[in-house]
Design a protein around this ligand. Structure first.
Ligand SMILES: C[S@@+](CC[C@H](N)C(=O)[O-])C[C@H]1O[C@@H](n2cnc3c(N)ncnc32)[C@H](O)[C@@H]1O
Length: 214
């Protein structure tokens, strides 16, 4: 079967990395991409986009970009953004490591969110984890000084790894962990995974770090 090009019906709410190459010269220049110079926050592995959807509604003065390697999930999130014609939210289908390595201006991002990254339970698969020391350094290169990196997970062991590498990273300072708050309605969770895990009674580990000055 020949590989079909991705459908274009959700543009500009869902774009793939090839679109960024072809239509934006391979660069996510925020004022060009969003058409304004508002702050930008990125949700890494945004899944079906609950965080991007809710945050872009609650904070219209900030632009939100989800990056999701699973096109099906990313498109699902983008469909909701399209229905609302949300001007400050987009989802890109592709590998965050490619986007972070070559598409984003240094120190141009206000916050990076990494919620419930895949734990890859089997030891031999651990190297597939998104959150590594190299990833933390990439984030430090993209965040503005004073910008924040948020990461939450229900996997205690993975949270231990993330906290340890962030707490010892020379370019980040640890902040007090965000407190859990009770949901006001059934979808009042940061992400779909948080909703699923909290409703099943799991403890959530929450970390917050600040990019140090240059
Ligand atoms: C466990 S899910 C969590 C989804 C969402 N953050 C949430 O909390 O509901 C992890 C997501 O990260 C995505 N992902 C994994 N590796 C990725 C990568 N290298 N680039 C972009 N997304 C990735 C997966 O496809 C999956 O949707």
């Amino acid at each position: 079967m020949p590989k079909l090009p991705p459908p274009t019906d959700l543009k500009p709410y869902f774009l793939v990395l090839d679109d960024i190459d072809q239509e934006y010269g391979g660069r996510l220049d925020w004022p060009v991409f969003f058409g304004n110079d508002k702050p930008v926050e990125i949700d890494v592995g945004c899944g079906r986009g609950l965080f991007v959807f809710s945050a872009s509604e609650n904070r219209p003065d900030t632009n939100f970009l989800g990056i999701e390697i699973d096109y099906r999930e990313g498109r699902r999130g983008a469909r909701r953004l399209q229905k609302q014609e949300r001007p400050n939210a987009r989802i890109i289908g592709g590998d965050v490591n490619i986007a972070f390595t070559r598409m984003i201006e240094p120190h141009s991002v206000d916050a990076i969110h990494v919620y419930f990254p895949d734990p890859w339970w089997k030891r031999r698969h651990r190297r597939r984890r998104v959150f590594t020391d190299q990833f933390a350094t990439l984030c430090a290169g993209l965040l503005k000084p004073g910008g924040h990196l948020h990461s939450w997970t229900d996997v205690e062991e993975y949270f231990g790894v993330i906290s340890s590498l962030m707490n010892h990273h020379e370019l980040f300072a640890a902040c007090p962990a965000p407190e859990e708050r009770g949901p006001e309605h059934d979808m009042d969770y940061q992400t779909s995974f948080e909703r699923k895990k909290r409703q099943a009674g799991w403890q959530i580990h929450r970390g917050l770090w600040q990019r140090k000055p240059l």
